[in-house]
Design a protein around this ligand. Structure first.
Ligand code: PAF
Length: 284
């Protein structure tokens, strides 16, 4: 497995693979890898001849400089984790390679980027859309793999690929969870053991709300009970907890089309996000 830092070197390698008619896959990451990322790598391995994992902590998607500074950077450990998974290249460019002097372009997906995390992290999704577009351009990959844990991000990436006619096929991969139901995330490692033990209340409360809504309860009531349970467990704040359409993220009262519950909540200074499907209601 090679570690490549320059776009020119990466492009030369990918060009050779393409001449040999090999299918190239990319798994974009910000490092601090865990089993969830490795499941994306496995999906890419199963669908592609060559796999690139990108590791780049993208400053443009952090609206809070403290959050950017605290984001774990564990490149050596990441490379060790990827070693046994048959990855061809880790592309880990410095910021100056991604955003050279004079860089002035922004990719912004209207609508989908506005609610949920977009409403609470101004500029976040413009930063994501910009870097993902660049990573597609730099890697020239045929296929790209993203986790469903960041569902809103996944929908934004699908939209921008369609709108900009980018020749890359997007695959969403299911969220991996710890045995207590907590969605795997690079941020979980920042929770104290006490807070990590409380974190399972978030997915549990969401599952209870999903079950109540699926059996005909109102979203408002089910989500209010979930919010109470989350706060009573010791979370400091529930930033959002909403029922929305899975595809266009429109707010819903009832799951009369594919729907999901989306949540972001703060626990011990760490922002956790999650989303789960709500079974569709059959029309009355
Ligand atoms: O999901 C992430 O890790 C990041 O948002 C991504 C897609 C790698 C862009 O920086």
């Amino acid at each position: 497995m090679m570690i490549v830092r320059s776009v020119a070197e990466l492009r030369a390698m990918v060009a050779a693979w393409r001449r040999a008619e090999e299918i190239v896959g990319v798994v974009p990451t910000m490092g601090a890898l865990h089993a969830g990322h490795l499941s994306l790598v496995e999906a890419a391995k199963g669908a592609c001849d060559r796999v690139i994992v990108t590791i780049f902590v993208n400053p443009k998607q952090f609206n809070n400089p403290e959050d950017l500074a605290k984001y774990p950077r564990t490149e050596e450990r990441d490379a060790e984790l990827l070693g046994p998974h048959g990855v061809d290249v880790v592309f880990a460019p410095p910021a100056s390679e991604v955003y050279p002097e004079g860089f002035a372009t922004k990719v912004s997906v209207a609508g989908l980027g506005d609610p949920l995390c977009g409403a609470h992290r101004p500029g976040h999704f413009d930063g994501v859309a910009t870097v993902v577009t660049k990573l597609f351009g730099m890697t020239n990959a045929d296929r790209a793999f993203f986790g469903e844990k960041d569902w809103q991000q996944l929908q934004i990436v699908r939209r921008l690929v369609k709108d900009l006619n980018l020749p890359v096929e997007i695959t969403g991969c299911p969220t991996l969870r710890d045995p207590d139901g907590v969605a795997m995330s690079s941020r979980n490692g920042r929770l104290s053991p006490e807070d990590r033990a409380k974190a399972c209340v978030l997915p549990r409360a969401m599952q209870d709300a999903a079950a109540a809504i699926a059996s005909g309860g109102t979203a408002a009531e089910a989500l209010a009970s979930a919010r109470t349970a989350i706060l009573e467990a010791g979370f400091a704040e529930v930033e959002y907890l909403e029922l929305r359409a899975a595809e266009d993220l429109a707010p819903l009262e009832r799951p009369d089309r594919p729907a999901r519950i989306f949540a972001a909540a703060w626990l011990g200074g760490v922002r956790l996000i999650d989303n789960i499907a709500v079974p569709e209601m059959s029309p009355a």
